[in-house]
Design a protein. Structure first.
Lengths: 717, 708
């Protein structure tokens, strides 16, 4: 709380990207306070390393505070800055407190251009900013002057120092009152409690293995084109232990598109904190039952000195990948309140102008760096309802975005709109929460620039569940050279929208030669920007037509998607549902599924002559599928029509009707750059009732098995 | 003589009771209560007035006829908001920004929720907006943040929007809030005049964002306009009806409405939304009033009721306002007294975490129904009140003055079964655990509130309200190092008492962006324009220029921070020297708040907000010291009972019990002791002593000399 009020960066003060926590004398986290979860787990490693390196020289003294930002030890990238303070009581080091912020300026190359961590500005492995209570101006000046915007960095550093002071004082107050022994024992008890609670929760869940595969895209430095990478996650739960194996993840890149091992572990921990362990006290204890394997040399465990500025983006997709596995496990345990297909906060089809700005405002003041509307992403659908529109960010439970009135005071922007993105979330019986989009004009400044990425041909992260789609269809960023003349048109009542901008009606669309890391935004540039929506849950044909009508009326769904995906036909005015036509349309879509889908194994069932209907339901692990059992065996059965797919220990997808849809056919328009998409939707249907059971996104060029065995529940014998 | 005496009457309509305080010019005080009548709140008010007149010994018409000032705080607005029983509203905003109130800055998903709820990320959703998207219409117009017109108001759009909302949607109220209207209300004024054309007879209720707040932040300002419209017709009708009833009952004096900012105002000058939180505000005014009387500079006010524990602060004699206060999960922009709340009251439930075997208290509450186990009304969960009973602090036969007989046996059984046995503790140890945990939770909330103002808890005294408060206050005060707590005999009607003591206050808060060193003339110009506006409003309240006192505050921050530090201005106008002085006091305050070295002058310092309160002082009753109520310790002693005290270690003490109503001024009682009031029980632990002052307030503090 202290931190949020005093920091300069909008991402911290309004976006909540910060954290203060307590650690025991060895650096194990005892308690994290709410904020950006990625920081909590990370700082523990920084403290442990500093203990190892600096205990003798320069040693730790009462009143010291250290600056730390090496992502190969702790944190995600060099912008994750920590101030760490040992707490002393009667001349003994008894605990640590640390405060972290995301402060997006470390000097170095501007965002996007680095290919070694050494390009990414200052990287400090512990430096006394405060020594025995004395603020070191030499260190402060040297650190901040390495950065482009010393005031901004300076203010954040000071805010962290202040935050630590408040925390340490509070901790010592407790020690004074209850005695050191009691406080330390209480700390141990908290860590132990977290572990016990985590294990108890794991014991209550079915044993099994869940797999998920999601994608990211980045620039290939040689071809200057977008290239995809996959994140692969196999999660095995047995008893009170949980193992993650990330083998199968793509090799590291020669851009900044890499995640160090500490960043990977921090993101994995936060994914679990938000879903599986949300009700487990936030200490390191909850991660004790969790084992992780990450092969070295992959984008999730890059080798030094790879650059890693984009690690949080990979981390977000990892969170999404882990959440997909966890959501399916929780569903199989009947914990529906904890199931949600929330994604990452980033844009699905990354590319075009980003949101890390540089330059000056109208008043000649430096612009305030990144603009984090991504913290208002759509949340995923749940088993009983749509996802929350512009709901927040998985990584930051209490995230928020700025008022436009505040933004326009800090950036040279004039907004035309900020609203919910039509068709912008995963389709499903319950659709994902909508993300936002904004159209804004660069206005009042001759000096503004932004990071730039190639358009990726496959969606970044995100997942749908049980027949829902991971993402929507309309979210590719655009930039038009509109010129300030466009204001005259607006004055006359003619407003731009994404469609007309895409068609070129508001000036030439701008695609820079050779995909540079940054582009200038001359005054008069008109930008369209998107934030991701959540994933959908269930077969879209099961969606209540009234909900589709409502979304259409609000401008949140198009007529085209209403018909094509939901099979809902509206009257010509769009004021009511044509029920008869809707029924026909849905029938036709189901018929085409039965016609076009083919079982991959060649057979729609591996079981012979089993009279499935007399079997009782043993476990519902999917919105439309269950494990059914009789005295002897168990099988996977459609809970709607009773179709029996296979035994419980087989992959039902091999016996479902399987249809592959090329993204180039699915999407209504090509990528803004004109390049093709490079992914496919793999859809699986029940051979009995044509219910859509699963939609997987697959990138064939990256190899790997197309038909993922995503759920494999071990049957108790 | 009595026949000529004039009265000041304060009425507070709360959720359960409608309270009345009557004060005479001579400083006498009478109080009365009647049940609140949610179907027609004015009935409860009239009932309570009849009761009050009885207590004074006259009839109601005479009471009203002799009332010079009638001040009223009500829960009508709050109630309509909570029960969602306001009117159908349409919303007009800037084209392109129609989704603003649905987007809710994303933070709307967690606004107003506790930390524990927020952690359930997969589950938490946004509240249902007050205006569905179908009734939000964007019109073409646009200003920039400096108030320059980019797109003029499209009058045809506006007229079409009004027509659609009124004729097709059949709304009862319309709210208008445009982008950047905080800096220039021009476009909203234009729409206001179009509204007059389209709706000349004012069939619908209109609210304009720029009239309700001049602070930047379109989301909260839109909420403010919408909620004002949502509540407007209901609140307006109620107040109109009530005034008519009072007037026909003989009231000739001034009728003032209590606002959430802690001040009263004439009915016509109070916006509906300003009625929110007027009850708690009444409590704060009363506290500030008493603090002046008792010469307490810094006060923590606490209210521990059945489900929640509320904390407010008075620093240097004044209460504080919340920044973007959240009402029913919606953030708004209104000067509302800053009161924080957690789920910790008498009905708060204690349970054991099955996995860690930890004893947890709250935030869930058994409420009033079924209530604690001891109510014997079907409650099965152990609550804080059950723990208090098990420890012997509460007398099962004298709860609420004996109005409710408690089932102690049942309580002991429930604690044994649900808490003690699983933890292998004795029933008393289990109850002591609950008692200590809830005290720690309350002291945590207090500490958080205090620390963020830059003060330390030791610099405060605590005022204790609510039925469960005096049982726990010595406990949480000791944890905080607070030396003295006070319990008031008028505590159950404190909000009404506060209403009676309230001044007329109008507040203006304005965003600005002024970098220091600023031109003093520019700052003065800004102050003059705000004060001119306020002076006009106060003239409408019948205050002459020289009767209005202005209190001025500037919020300052290092440039590019978003939250600032509010500083009172000790002079009315700026000079060069005073601008510099203000910068220094900001930096000093900043270091007090966040530690030495935390400030950073080089970032630049800016003024982000100006606030002016116009205060019209209203005659206030002078409280008279208690008439020679004689009372001796011996006479007040009811007997002894076995009570378990938890600190410094759990022990049983044969404790004397006193009847408060038989204690007179100047009495001193050393702990351990229990003092019973009709509405609560005060626990005085060993090492504490109690004194009764001339106003019959009870002060409780440590008796050890070193603490004095």
């Amino acid at each position: 709380m202290t931190l949020q009020r005093v920091t300069a960066s909008p991402i911290v003060s309004q976006g909540g990207e910060c954290m203060s926590s307590f650690y025991d004398s060895q650096g194990t986290m005892v308690l994290a306070c709410s904020g950006h979860l990625r920081f909590a787990a990370a700082t523990s490693d920084a403290i442990k390393s500093m203990i190892q390196w600096f205990s003798k020289s320069p040693g730790f003294h009462d009143g010291d505070q250290f600056f730390f930002n090496d992502p190969y030890v702790a944190g995600s990238h060099t912008y994750d800055m920590m101030i760490i303070k040992p707490i002393f009581y009667r001349d003994r080091l008894i605990a640590w407190t640390a405060t972290s912020t995301h402060t997006a300026d470390t000097g170095g190359l501007l965002r996007g251009g680095a290919y070694e961590v050494h390009h990414e500005g200052i990287r400090i492995m512990g430096l006394k900013l405060v020594e025995r209570g004395e603020f070191r101006e030499d260190v402060f000046k040297s650190l901040t002057e390495q950065c482009r915007d010393p005031q901004y960095v300076g203010l954040d550093l000071k805010a962290m120092v202040a935050g630590n002071n408040v925390c340490a004082k509070r901790y010592l107050g407790l020690v004074e009152k209850f005695g050191l022994g009691f406080v330390q024992a209480a700390g141990e008890k908290m860590i132990e409690d977290s572990e016990n609670k985590a294990r108890a929760k794991l014991r209550s869940l079915p044993d099994g293995t869940w797999m998920a595969r999601q994608y990211v895209t980045t620039l290939d430095r040689k071809t200057r084109k977008s290239v995809g990478q996959q994140l692969f996650c196999a999660m095995t739960k047995r008893g009170d232990e949980l193992c993650f194996d990330l083998t199968g993840t793509s090799p590291q890149t020669d851009t900044d598109h890499n995640s160090t091992l500490p960043s990977t572990l921090a993101h994995l921990a936060l994914a679990l904190t938000n879903t599986l362990f949300w009700d487990v006290p936030w200490s390191d204890g909850k991660m004790r039952p969790v084992k992780v394997t990450v092969p070295e040399g992959t984008i999730l465990n890059c080798r030094y000195p790879a650059a890693c500025g984009a690690a949080p983006r990979i981390g977000s997709v990892l969170v999404s990948t882990v959440c997909e596995c966890v959501a399916k496990m929780l569903y199989a345990a009947g914990r529906y309140d904890d199931v949600n297909c929330s994604t990452t906060g980033n844009l699905e089809y990354v590319g075009g102008p980003g949101y890390f700005y540089g330059g000056h405002t109208r008043e000649g003041i430096r612009v305030a760096q990144g603009l984090y509307d991504i913290h208002g992403a759509g949340m995923g659908a749940s088993p009983q309802r749509d996802g929350v529109n512009t709901g927040g960010h998985m990584n930051i439970p209490s995230a928020g975005i700025s008022d436009i009135e505040q933004t326009e005071m800090q950036y040279p922007f004039l907004y035309v709109t900020r609203g919910h993105n039509c068709d912008g979330s995963g389709f499903g019986r319950f659709r994902g929460g909508l993300g936002s989009y904004r159209i804004y004009l660069i206005y009042g400044s001759q000096d503004c620039s932004v990071d730039y990425k190639p358009y990726g041909g496959i969606a970044q992260g995100g997942f749908g569940l049980f027949g829902g789609y991971s993402t929507g269809i309309s979210a590719t960023r655009l930039m038009a050279q509109a010129g300030l003349e466009m204001i005259e048109r607006v004055k006359n009542g003619d407003y731009p929208d994404a469609q007309s901008i895409r068609k070129g009606e508001w000036g030439k669309l701008y695609y820079p030669e050779g995909v540079p890391e940054r582009i200038a935004l001359p005054e008069g540039s008109l930008l369209v920007d998107y934030v991701a929506g959540g994933g959908g849950l269930g077969d879209p044909l099961d969606r209540d037509p009234a909900a589709v009508l409502r979304d259409y009326g609000r401008g949140w769904a198009s007529r085209e998607i209403a018909e094509r995906i939901y099979g809902v036909v509206l009257d010509t005015k769009g004021k009511s549902v044509n029920s008869a036509a809707t029924e026909e349309k849905r029938k036709a879509i189901r018929a085409s599924r039965l016609r076009e889908g083919k079982p991959a194994s060649g057979k729609i069932s591996s079981l012979q002559g089993a009279a499935g209907t007399s079997w009782r339901t043993a476990r519902r692990f999917h919105a439309a599928l269950e494990i059914a059992a009789d005295g002897g065996g168990s099988a996977i059965r459609c809970s709607r029509c009773g179709h029996l797919f296979c035994t419980a220990e087989e992959n039902y997808k091999l016996h479902a009707l399987h249809r592959v849809v090329d993204l180039n056919d699915f999407m209504p328009y090509p990528l803004p750059s004109g390049e093709p998409y490079y992914g496919e939707y793999h859809e699986y249907f029940c051979p009995g009732c044509a219910t859509q059971l699963q939609v997987d996104l697959v990138c064939p060029m990256l190899g790997g098995e197309a038909i993922l065995w995503d759920t494999r529940i071990r049957q108790a014998r | 003589m009595a026949a000529q005496q004039q009265f000041i009457v304060g009425v507070d309509t709360g959720g359960t009771f409608t309270d009345v305080v009557v004060m005479s010019g001579a400083g006498e005080v009478w109080t009365a209560k009647a049940s609140t009548t949610p179907d027609d709140f004015s009935r409860g008010v009239m009932d309570a007035l009849t009761e009050a007149a009885n207590t004074v010994g006259i009839d109601r018409d005479e009471l009203l006829g002799r009332t010079s000032l009638f001040k009223h705080g009500s829960t009508v607005a709050t109630n309509a908001l909570i029960t969602r029983s306001g009117v159908k509203v349409g919303f007009i905003t800037t084209k392109g920004f129609e989704d603003t109130t649905e987007i809710m800055r994303a933070i709307g998903r967690v606004d107003g929720l506790g930390e524990e709820e927020i952690r359930h990320v997969t589950w938490v959703t946004k509240p249902e907006p007050f205006v569905p998207r179908e009734r939000i219409i964007g019109v073409r117009e646009r200003m920039d943040y400096l108030g320059n017109e980019i797109v003029p108001v499209n009058r045809a759009d506006v007229m079409a929007a009004i027509r659609r909302l009124i004729d097709e949607e059949k709304v009862a109220a319309i709210a208008v809030s445009l982008l950047h209207a905080w800096t220039s209300p021009g476009h909203e004024e234009e729409i206001r005049s179009l509204a007059l054309e389209a709706d000349p007879s004012r069939k619908v209720y209109w609210s304009f964002g720029s009239a309700l707040s001049q602070v930047a932040g379109e989301y909260a300002r839109a909420n403010t306009a919408i909620i004002n419209s949502y509540l407007g017709p209901t609140v307006e009708r109620y107040l109109k009806d009530l005034e008519a009833k009072l007037r026909s009952g003989g009231l000739k004096g001034i009728f003032l409405i209590m606002q959430g900012n802690g001040g009263g105002a004439h009915r016509e000058r109070v916006s509906a939304i300003a009625n929110l939180q007027s009850g708690p505000a009444g409590g704060m005014i009363a506290s500030a009033h008493v603090a002046g009387l008792l010469r307490h500079k810094n006060v923590i006010t606490t209210d521990m009721g059945g489900t929640s524990f509320d904390v407010g602060l008075i620093t240097d004699g004044y209460w504080r306002y919340a920044q973007e206060p959240i009402v029913e999960r919606f953030r708004i922009l209104q000067p509302i007294i800053d009161i924080e709340s957690i789920g910790a009251g008498g009905g708060t439930i204690a349970r054991i975490d099955p996995d860690t075997k930890r004893l947890l208290v709250g935030p869930k509450s058994a409420g009033a129904s079924p209530g604690p186990v001891c109510y014997d009304a079907g409650g099965e969960e152990v609550t804080v009140t059950d723990a208090d009973l098990a420890l012997g602090i509460i007398d099962p036969n004298y709860f609420l003055g004996g109005k409710k007989i408690l089932n102690k046996k049942k309580t002991l059984g429930a604690i044994e079964e649900k808490i003690a046995r699983p933890l292998r503790l004795s029933v008393t140890e289990a109850a002591a655990g609950i008692f200590d945990i809830v005290n720690a939770k309350m002291s945590d909330l207090i500490r958080r509130q205090v620390v963020r103002t830059g003060y330390l808890p030791e610099e405060f005294v605590i005022y204790v309200f609510g039925g469960a408060g005096p049982v726990h206050a010595a406990g949480f005060a000791a944890e905080l190092g607070v030396k003295k707590i006070f319990i008031f005999s008028t505590s159950p009607v404190f909000s009404a008492f506060g209403a009676a003591a309230a001044d007329v206050i109008h507040t203006r808060v304005m965003s600005c962006q002024v970098l220091l060193p600023a031109d003093p003339l520019l700052l003065n110009k800004r102050l003059e324009s705000i004060e001119g506006d306020l002076r006009e409003v106060m003239a409408g309240e019948d205050f002459k220029k020289d009767q209005v006192e202005f209190r001025r505050f500037f919020t300052m921050r290092y440039r590019r921070q978003t939250a600032g530090v509010e500083l009172p201005l000790s002079w009315d106008r700026f000079t060069q020297g005073r601008v510099a002085e203000m910068r220094d006091s900001f930096e000093k305050k900043y270091e007090e708040l966040y530690g030495a070295g935390a400030g950073y002058t080089k970032a630049g310092i800016e003024i982000s907000e100006v606030r002016v309160d116009a205060v019209g002082l209203v005659a206030k009753p002078r409280l008279k010291a208690a008439r020679a109520r004689k009372g001796s310790i011996a006479g007040a002693r009811k007997g002894r009972r076995e009570i378990f005290f938890t600190r410094p270690e759990l022990r049983r003490i044969h404790t004397p019990v006193y009847d408060y109503s038989l204690l007179g001024p100047g009495v001193r009682i050393n702990g351990p002791a229990v003092i019973e009031l009709p509405f609560t029980t005060t626990l005085v632990p060993p090492g504490f002593k109690v004194t009764v002052d001339n106003y019959l307030n009870t002060g409780c503090g440590r008796s050890a000399k070193k603490d004095e």
